[in-house]
Design a protein around this ligand. Sequence first.
Ligand code: SF4
Length: 359
Amino acid sequence: MNLKELKLRLLCQGVRIDPRSGIDLGRSGGAGPFGQYVTIEDQVINAPIWGDAKNSPFTLTYEDGLKIVWNDESVETEIPDKPRFYDLQTSDGTPMKFIALRHAADVLASTVYQKCIYWAVSKQCKFCAIQFSLESGDTILLKTGEQLGEVALAAVKYGDASHVTLTTGTPNERDYGAGMLSEACAGIKAASPLKVHVQLSPPEDFGYLDELANAGVDTIGLHMESADPEVLRNVCPAKAEIGFKRYYDAVEYSIGLFGENQVSSFLLAGLGEDLRTFTDACERLSSLGAVTYIVPFRPLPNTPLSESRMPSHEYLHNIYAKCGSIMNDYGVRPSKSKAGCVRCGACSLIQDYVRGEKN
Ligand code: SF4
C-alpha cells in the first residue's frame, strides 16, 4: 500500500491503539476532529480512534519500535513529541495547555471560546464535542489575546509551532465570535511572528470580517460542513438556518480581504450527502478562489453521532478525485495557504489529489 492510500485508509478507518504500546489516548472532548497523530515518512496524519475506529484493521503498536500493523503488513511510524509549552504557565498562573494545544507537528490550536449558544437549545452540530473538555476541566471558557500571545511566544521559542489555528463556539448571532477572534489574533501578532487562521460562521454584517483582517488574520475558514441541504438541516440545524447564500457571499468577500487560497470551507464526507451537492459546492468555492477542505466524518465520544459509521475509503477516494480535478481546473492551490488547517493537512487528503501539490 503506498502512502497516499495508507493515509486515505487511516483517515476513514482510523487506528486501534494497542494498550501495550503505552500511548495515552489523550483528550476525549474539544473542538475539531481530534484523534491520534501519527507521522509516516514526514507526513502527519490525524487518525480517528473513537467509535467506529475501534473496528479498524490498523493497530498502532510497539514491536521493535513504533509501528502501524495490518494484515501481514506494517509501517514504521512516530508520534509527535510532547510540546515544551505544555509544562509552562501563563503569567496569570493558567497552564498553557489549557489555553492552546499543539495539533499535528507544528500548529498552535486554540478554541478561543469553549461554549456554543446552540448547545443550550439542542441545535448544536451533531458531530461536535466542543463543550466536553470544558466540563472535564481541561481548558478554560475564554482565552484572552494576552494569554494566547504568551503561549505563542513560548511555542515559537521551543520550536513547538509555526502557524496558528483559532476556532470558536458560537457566542452570539451578531458577530459569531469575530470580536473574540480578533482580540486573540491581535494578541498573538503582538507577541510572535506566527501567521494566524481563524474559523467562524459568517456574520450577516461583513464589517466583522474587515475587523478580523484589520487584526492581522492571515487565513479564514467559513465552514459549511455539508452542502446537502437535507443533511445540513439534520446534522447542523443552526448552520442550516444561516443559509448557503451567506456562506458563499462571505467567502467571496473574504477572498477580497485575504486573497486566493487563503479562504476555505470544511465539507465533511460521509454524512449521507448527495455526491452532486458536494461537487457542485466544490465547483462554486473553487470558482471564487477558495479551498474546499474535505474531511471524512469521524464519530467523537458522547456526541449524538458517536455510534455512526465512517465513510468507506472507496467513497472518499471518489470525492477527492472529483474535487481534486475541479480544484485543478480552477487553479486552486491548497499548498499556498499561509496558516491553519489547509496548510497543516493532517485531517484531509486534498493536497494529495490536486495536481502540482504533492503528486
Ligand atoms: S488540519 Fe486543522 S484540525 Fe486537523 S490537525 Fe491540522 S490544524 Fe488541527
